[in-house]
Unconditional design. Sequence first.
Length: 200
Amino acid sequence: MPHPTTDIPLLRGPVPLVHLLLRQFVRCGDQVVDATCGNGKDTLLLTELVGANGQVWAFDIQQAALERTAQRLADVDLLSRVTLSATCHERLADLVSAPVSAIVFNLGWLPGGDRSVVTRPDTTLPALHASLKLLLPGGLLLITCYPGHAGGDTETDAVLAWSRDLDAKDFHVWRMGQQNVREQAPFCLVIQKAAHHHAA
């Protein structure tokens, strides 16, 4: 008997793919980071996955993003599991106090927000480098790249170049995106720290 369509995740664009991977890898009690919380959808999923004994750190430089995220969490009584920080993800290594199992970056701008406020390579690359050090062996760094907006192509090129330089013995790096879409469509980079690895 075929599954009802409501039970099947539709993999249109990179975000549902990111969520599918998070559901596979994040466990109750884990500690995780949403480095760009935006409207809070990734933060909410992470909060549900880590459960009452887990911890989520969520970052954004825009107050509107933090307010939307806080409201989304408060609506389902999960705000207490999350530490929201009104700061750039460049500082996440200063504020996250423990090894984590997953870190999510959704680059670009805040959906529905000011499109002139975007993530930039000069802060994104240090944050990604710091993320590798925070990850537990086997942990995931998930990066959704948006090459199609002004500045997004430069940031995407910088992130891809950075990821290509990671040692294949220490990190498993995958580029995952739809083939039958425009060339500048968003895609996801999946970086897993090797199980034997103990320091980035």
